[in-house]
Design a protein around this ligand. Structure first.
Ligand code: NAD
Length: 470
């Protein structure tokens, strides 16, 4: 079948960025076509990323919680794990969400085309799918093609060598699992497989895990995992050979002695944008040195009417960044001026404890010679943290030295991924330390630690001695 249609907006890619952009454009009264090659909408996030990983992380965190509960006087006996049931629960969760997204797309009257889209001219896309080729003519296009895992050079293709999608399939629980990359995916998957009984080795080329975060912020996590995992920082994998009894890995680093054999290897060294197979040449759009599409603050590319969002443009590869950018692009097309503010995008590692940060980290402030006041609160001073066994956490907030305005915050501890939004809102509103310190926080809560950080900067916090003036 071959058909040709015309729409106000063509969206290429049905991940969180793409479907959000399509939905917003439709809600603003525009005719929309959403092109996606997979059977389901939702992209990596819903189908094989954020949602399945959070489902499995939650399930496996109950194993560790049940073990820790003993110290609080609660015993469950031996915890039994049914991997097949865990996998089914994950699949059902994903299916529930994708079918919901599908229904919302239909209800909004969005034309959905299943197939692979490639730009044909500046105002048309050719889509090839199971049902033949279609041409989508548009006035505006939003490119939202996402990213894919980076492979290591010379890495063999084998069922023992996984990317994050393979790891989330839960097909086997390797006794010895090597994770290459101590970033967010590496640490989240380490937690899943350690809870299921794997011995974990993490190899990280940088000098610390989660290199984007401040070193002191990750300490609560580092302390909690260093006895459970073998962590090799400033180390690189230089060779992997698959043999009958496992993958023989050669590494280079300070603590390395000889080769080591693992039952499986997860490669989690970052992702690369999907920008090279959509014929951007037809649009005369050039990529930057990281293969990303340059855009302005309304997400418009160098070609008027063409927008790009999500993992294919500058910034962290995060679903919530993509969804925000999708709304900005759709609104710009509808004539509503909204712009992106990259400093206001929070990052969260859903580890135990969680790590979350927004805005400037302390190391960035130092690199950029920005003068700041620091409020750093160990959760030992929090009554709530003590009661729930979370006193290893920490909250840290940076304020502009002259104006007192919040520049950034980092939290490591239970629920850090939820708590960070207090800082995100405060930053969005341009709050100062005194505004936050004077905001009444319920007691006992972990949120109080953010107000404590502001109080410290203001000079007096009840449960800690005043800091020495810097
Ligand atoms: P990442 O950038 O978070 O971490 C990759 C890590 O691998 C880095 O620490 C890097 O220093 C290290 N590394 C790179 N090359 C290496 C090598 N050859 N040997 C050893 N270490 C090496 O990337 P990721 O964990 O793969 O995640 C990919 C993207 O997906 C990231 O942008 C991440 O933010 C996003 N993501 C987010 C979430 C979340 O929001 N919770 C979850 C999963 C993934």
């Amino acid at each position: 079948m071959s058909e040709s249609i015309h729409v106000d907006v063509a969206v290429l890619g049905g991940g969180p960025g793409g479907y959000t952009a399509a939905f917003r454009a439709a809600d603003l009264g525009l005719s929309v076509c959403l092109i996606e090659s997979s059977e389901t909408l939702g992209g990596v996030c819903v189908n094989e990323g954020c949602i399945p990983s959070k489902t499995i992380l939650h399930a496996t965190s109950m194993i560790t919680e049940a073990q820790h509960a003993q110290s609080m006087g609660v015993s469950f006996g031996k915890v039994e794990v049914d991997i097949a049931a865990m996998r089914s629960h994950k699949v059902a969760t994903v299916e529930g969400l994708t079918s919901g997204i599908d229904k919302l797309a239909k209800a909004r009257g969005i034309q959905r085309i299943k197939g692979t889209g490639v730009f044909k001219t500046k105002r048309s896309l050719q889509v090839t799918g199971d049902r033949g080729t279609s041409v989508v003519n548009y006035d505006h296009a939003i490119i939202a093609t996402g990213s894919q895992p980076i492979d290591l050079p010379g890495m063999p293709k084998h069922q023992r060598i996984w990317d994050s999608t393979d790891a989330l399939d839960l097909t086997s629980i390797p006794s010895r699992l090597l994770i290459i990359g101590g970033g967010i995916i590496g640490l989240e998957m380490a937690q899943v497989y350690a809870s299921l009984g794997s011995n974990i080795t993490i190899v990280e080329s940088a000098e610390q895990l989660v290199p984007a975060a401040d070193k002191d912020v990750i300490q609560p996590l580092q302390k909690s995992i260093k006895k459970r995992y073998d962590i090799l920082t400033r180390t690189k994998v230089v060779d992997m050979v698959v043999e009958d009894d496992g993958v023989v890995v050669t590494m280079e680093g300070k603590k390395i002695k000889g080769n080591q054999t693992f039952d499986a290897v997860l490669v989690a060294v970052g992702r690369r944008p999907n920008t090279t197979t959509i014929n951007l040449g037809a649009l005369d759009i050039s990529l930057d040195s990281n293969h990303r599409i340059p855009v302005d603050d309304t997400m418009q590319t160098s070609l008027p009417g063409i927008y790009a969002i999500g993992d294919i443009v500058e910034g962290p590869m995060l679903a919530h960044k993509a969804t925000h950018e999708g709304k900005v692009a759709a609104e710009a097309i509808a004539g509503i001026r909204m712009s992106t503010k990259p400093t206001l995008i929070p990052s969260v590692a859903y580890t135990s404890p969680e790590i979350a940060w927004v805005g400037l980290t302390e190391k960035e402030a130092k690199e950029q010679a920005i003068e700041y006041d620091l409020g750093k609160v160990p959760w030992l001073v929090s009554g709530r943290a003590q009661s729930v066994g979370a006193s290893n956490g920490m909250t840290k907030a940076l304020f502009d030295k002259k104006t007192g305005v919040l520049l950034g915050a980092s939290i490591c501890g239970e629920n850090a991924g939820e708590l960070i939004h207090e800082a995100v809102i405060a930053m969005t509103l341009g709050s100062r330390a005194k505004d936050i310190a004077h905001t009444v926080h319920a007691h006992p809560t972990l949120s109080e630690t953010f107000a404590f950080a502001a109080e410290l900067v203001e000079g007096s916090m009840t449960d800690m001695l005043p800091p020495r003036k810097r």
